[in-house]
Design a protein around this ligand. Structure first.
Ligand SMILES: NC(=O)c1ccc[n+]([C@@H]2O[C@H](COP(=O)([O-])OP(=O)(O)OC[C@H]3O[C@@H](n4cnc5c(N)ncnc54)[C@H](OP(=O)(O)O)[C@@H]3O)[C@@H](O)[C@H]2O)c1
Length: 218
């Protein structure tokens, strides 16, 4: 792994992934909205930024060119299929051999067999229609993005994160195939460790075509 692209590089997760990737000696390119480029000032010329929406196919094609891996933050903003448009662009346009790693939350399920606590069920059941009616967020579109990834023959991993908090690293998160697995009972991890898992997944062949649900170590 030499060169990677981070799609959604200016957000909190994106910036942590940038730190971990640079620490591993990777050459880093990234995509973020033009108005967010300034958030990346601290990285200076250690990264190359392609300003644009993450579902812009021209920008994704240019930013991922020559990359061995692509880390993508799937964010269900608005009601214009932003997350699924982003996933489709990365799947279609990243170099054929590139390792593709995507982020989302536990509420996304691969086989419909995940069992959730009352909090997540309430957020998904009541939050989805309200946020969509307000035209702010479309949680269903994150599931549509995930379904595109699951159907893809690419070397993908979809990392499904637990609740997040800020703070120093506690180490690489633990993972399981389903969110209700007892090893994930903590349902809380440091955001920097979510990023650590995403970057580590780039070089972990055991995670190819897996959708690990992850949380912090006790
Ligand atoms: N927050 C949680 O508790 C939680 C829990 C589990 C999993 N996750 C997953 O973790 C990943 C990162 O989430 P996060 O909460 O930590 O946020 P984040 O890293 O700050 O990322 C948010 C992303 O959305 C972009 N964004 C924000 N507002 C936007 C808008 N109006 N239109 C288009 N793009 C916009 C941001 O770009 P700009 O820099 O341009 O604003 C950034 O790339 C996501 O895949 C999420 O599903 C989050």
């Amino acid at each position: 792994m030499k060169r990677i692209c981070i799609v959604g590089i200016s957000g909190k997760l994106g910036q942590y992934m940038t730190e971990h990737a640079l620490a591993r000696g990777y050459e880093v390119t990234g995509v973020c909205r033009p108005e967010s480029v300034a958030k990346l000032a601290r990285f200076g010329d250690r990264i190359t930024v392609f300003p644009g929406r993450t579902d812009d196919r021209t920008v994704i094609g240019a930013a991922t060119r020559g990359c061995d891996g692509v880390l993508t933050v799937l964010a269900p903003w608005g009601v214009q299929d932003y997350a699924s448009g982003t996933a489709r662009a990365v799947i279609d346009l990243a170099p054929p051999e590139a390792r593709l790693v995507f982020s989302c939350g536990w509420h996304v399920s691969r086989d419909g067999k995940d069992r959730y606590g009352w909090k997540i069920r309430a957020i998904v059941r009541f939050g989805t229609p309200i946020l969509r009616a307000l035209r702010l967020v479309d949680l269903d579109d994150q599931q549509r993005a995930a379904d595109l990834i699951f159907a893809s023959a690419r070397d993908w991993t979809l990392v499904r994160g637990s609740d997040l908090e800020e703070g120093p690293s506690e180490g690489l998160p633990v993972w399981a195939r389903h969110a209700h697995d007892p090893t994930l009972a903590r349902n809380l991890m440091r955001r920097t460790d979510f990023a650590l898992f995403m970057v580590a997944a780039l070089t972990d062949p055991t995670l190819i075509r897996e959708a690990p649900a992850i949380t912090g170590r006790d």
